[in-house]
Structures are given as structure tokens and as C-alpha cells.
Design a protein around this ligand. Structure first.
Ligand code: DX5
Ligand code: ZN
Length: 222
């Protein structure tokens, strides 16, 4: 699939969301951070907003669910039009069943790991997943500093993906910028969320293109 850039709209002007999404025409996906004020100390959007946004853009939606009990509501995000739905393993009661349900409903199934959650215990789940998200900040807010301590986990995840011969994409999220994307790409990530780096740029779409160029040059993925 190659390198993909999935800008997060969390730090965009949320009162003009359709216009803000129109400013990132080169993006592969729009990353939408769903927060419930329980799993993380912040509150954002629900499926109704995503359903509305999906009618205003042709770019597919990548929902990142930072919510408790995703087993109960994740399918609502598929029904709202999201092409990819990511749940946190720390919050899911039955991650295998949930991943299978997401796929059965026609979405890409993805699972996220917080910075302190290791990847090795979930090695056998990789064939069930279309994407693994390694968080590179503690989830909850945009604009935080990239955590270098997550780089060995990105490397380990890439090795496990190769060992199992699966097509699982490896996404990183948090503090990704022109300064940090190179080391993520070298470590084996191939899908990059960037929020404040994109929306604090004068030209967000040019920033998407610049991030893609740096990641492609540094990528260790075949
Ligand atoms: C953090 C979110 C991220 C965030 C990224 O909990 O999951 O998607 O919006 O924003 P930056 O790129 O500013 O760290
Ligand atoms: Zn996110």
C-alpha cells in the first residue's frame, strides 16, 4: 500500500469542519478522534457528527475510538460511514470478536496500544487486524510531545507483522511532525497521523505532501 498520511482534525477549527477537511485534499484518510471523557479526559465527537462529515468529503474516515466499552458502540461508526475503525485493546472486552464484527460490517478493523501497552501479547491477533495503531503520546489531546520511548515498540510490531506475513498496516499517532516522522518511518510505521503539524501549517495540504515525502524517503517497509 505504501506510505499513507491520515491528518487528525482534532486541532482544526471544529466550527468549520467540512472546510477544514477540504484543505487536506492529498490526505489518504481523515483521522477522527472520538473521546468519551472516561477512557481519556477529553470529550469530542460521536457517530452522528461522523455521519454528517462523511457526506461532506470523499476522503475515507478513520475513526480512532478512545472510549470505554467499544464492544458496545464501535459498529455505530461503521454505520456512520467510517471505512476504518480503531478500538483500544485496553478498553475492549473481546478484541477478537470486535475485530471480526467490524470486518463483517465492511470496515477495516484496527486496534490501538497506549504507550505503556506492549505489542508482544497481541502477536496472535495480527491476522485479525487490518491496522495496528501504536500511540506515540498518551491519548487524549493534540499537540503533545512525541514519545521516543515508543520507537522500539514500532520496530517490534513491524517485525511481528513480517514474521506472520500479514498485510496489517502499522499506524503511529501523536506528536508526528516533519521532525519526528523520519524516525517513525525508519522504525517501520507506514500510516502516519498528524494533527497539529498539519493544521498549524499555513498550507495544510502542502504539509501533508511534505510529510509523505519525508516518510517515503526514510521508510524501511518493502
Ligand atoms: C491524541 C489523538 C491524536 C491527536 C494527534 O489522543 O489520538 O490523533 O489528535 O495530534 P498531534 O499530531 O498534534 O499529536
Ligand atoms: Zn488519534
Amino acid at each position: 500500500m505504501g506510505i499513507q498520511i491520515t491528518p487528525s482534525i482534532l486541532n482544526s477549527d471544529l466550527s468549520r469542519l467540512a472546510d477544514e477537511v477540504a484543505r487536506i485534499g492529498s490526505a489518504d484518510w481523515v483521522h477522527v478522534d472520538v473521546m468519551d471523557n472516561h477512557f481519556v479526559p477529553n470529550l469530542t465527537f460521536g457517530p452522528t457528527m461522523l455521519e454528517s462529515l462523511s457526506r461532506h468529503t470523499d476522503i475515507p474516515l478513520d475513526a480512532h475510538l478512545m472510549i470505554e466499552d467499544p464492544d458496545r458502540t464501535a459498529i455505530e461508526y461503521v454505520e456512520a460511514g467510517c471505512g476504518s475503525v480503531t478500538f483500544h485493546v485496553e478498553a475492549a472486552g473481546a478484541p477478537v470478536r470486535l475485530a471480526r464484527e467490524l470486518r463483517a460490517h465492511g470496515a477495516r478493523a484496527a486496534m490501538a496500544l497506549k504507550p505503556a501497552t506492549p505489542v508482544e501479547p497481541y502477536e496472535e491477533l495480527l491476522p485479525e487486524l487490518d491496522m495496528l495503531l501504536v500511540m506515540t503520546v498518551e491519548p487524549g489531546f493534540g499537540g503533545q510531545k512525541f514519545l521516543d520511548l515508543c520507537l522500539p515498540k514500532i520496530r517490534a510490531a513491524r517485525q511481528l507483522i513480517e514474521k506472520h506475513g500479514v498485510e496489517t498496516w502499522l499506524q503511529v499517532d501523536g506528536g508526528v511532525s516533519l521532525e519526528t516522522i523520519e524516525r517513525c518511518a525508519e522504525a517501520g510505521a507506514d500510516v502516519f497521523v498528524a494533527g497539529s503539524a498539519v493544521y498549524s501549517a499555513d498550507d495544510p495540504d502542502r504539509m501533508v505532501q511534505e510529510l509523505r515525502a519525508v516518510a517515503e524517503a526514510a521508510s524501511s517497509v518493502e
